[in-house]
Write a protein that binds this ligand. Structure first.
Ligand SMILES: Nc1ncnc2c1ncn2[C@@H]1O[C@H](COP(=O)(O)OP(=O)(O)O)[C@@H](O)[C@H]1O
Ligand SMILES: [Mg+2]
Length: 297
């Protein structure tokens, strides 16, 4: 697996605090990587450092497995804060200005407008755009020139539920075309919905990281195995409290609905006469863990 970004013991010290402290992580090509943490946990500082706008106190990072060069910088699209578009110009004229600054052919405008679902609204003036559309236009501008990586800092902040859902769709579209995405967010559910990988940070420190399915799934997660695998699958999916199922090594990973207990699930399997060789309730609950960290932040 190609590594897009590797961060090693990154630290940023301000006079009164460590905004980032010994942060290490690795981001694989094609992933949607969530940097998840409460306000003030060091997300923006981290993104600022990897984008070269903030200097680190110590530690290293490298993009694309190399020393950071300016030609590699062109492979990174970023949206740290909403850029200033001209309100009296159309979205298209604004994208033309962005394209010109980046040295990108105007032909790329239609491509990026399509990705963010603004193709039909390109001729409308920026000032007529909703907040969600403005944010999508900013994402479009960041996508000009076909970057390999897109860095987004809290892209759904301030948006209504519909606007949030639209951004989510846009992120999924961008991921589908193979762009690696690095997304900072304070919202667990957002990361759960769009990210493949996550690093949870608090006070600049990494608390836990890995595949979202492994890290973010709560305590209703059961590892279960049987030599009668097909029968087990069938039974699991017909259980009243069943939510999701995933095949892992030798066992199935079953998520149950909140109200449904693992004891009921095991009883259900036994009454259906299947021999279970492995039944483990995963106790780690990142949701609880995350809520706790958010509480005292
Ligand atoms: N320029 C600065 N000077 C001093 N402290 C700062 C500065 N920028 C950020 N901080 C502090 O660093 C911590 C991390 O901030 P930030 O990276 O913005 O967190 P997040 O993006 O997760 O909300 C916060 O405590 C913040 O107040
Ligand atoms: Mg921030």
């Amino acid at each position: 697996m190609d590594t897009i970004l590797k961060i090693d013991s990154l630290t940023k010290k301000y006079p009164s605090l460590f905004a980032v402290s010994q942060l290490s992580l690795s981001i694989d090509k094609g992933s949607v990587f969530g940097l998840l943490g409460p306000n003030g946990s060091g997300k923006t500082t981290t993104l600022g450092i990897i984008l070269g706008v903030t200097s680190a106190t110590s530690g290293n990072f490298s993009w694309f497995g190399k020393n950071n060069s300016s030609s590699d910088r062109k492979k990174i699209g970023a949206l740290l804060e909403t850029p200033n578009f001209y309100s009296y110009l159309s979205a298209k004229s604004n994208l033309k200005i962005s394209a010109k600054i980046k040295g990108v052919d105007y032909k790329d405008i239609d491509r990026v407008a399509e990705i963010v679902n603004l193709k039909d609204r390109l001729n409308d003036k920026f000032k007529t755009y909703s907040l969600g559309m403005k944010q999508r236009l900013a994402i479009a501008a960041a996508l000009l020139g076909k970057p390999e990586v897109l860095v987004l800092d809290e892209p759904t902040n301030g948006l209504d539920p519909q606007g949030i859902a639209e951004i989510r769709t846009v992120i999924q579209n961008i991921s589908k075309i193979g762009v690696t995405i690095i997304l900072a967010s304070h919202a667990l559910d957002e990361v759960e919905k769009v990210c493949s990988h996550v690093c949870v940070i608090k006070k600049g420190k990494s608390l836990i990281q890995g595949n979202v399915n492994d890290v973010l799934v709560g305590e209703n997660l059961i590892e279960v195995a049987s030599s009668e695998k097909e029968k087990l699958k069938e039974l699991a999916t017909t259980f009243s409290g069943f939510k999701t199922l995933k095949e892992e090594n030798y066992y199935l990973l079953v998520t149950l609905q909140d109200s449904s207990s693992s004891i009921e699930f095991s009883k259900y399997l036994i009454t259906n006469n299947i021999i279970i060789t492995h039944f483990v309730k995963r106790t780690k609950s990142l949701e609880e863990f995350f809520l706790e960290t958010t509480k005292d932040a």
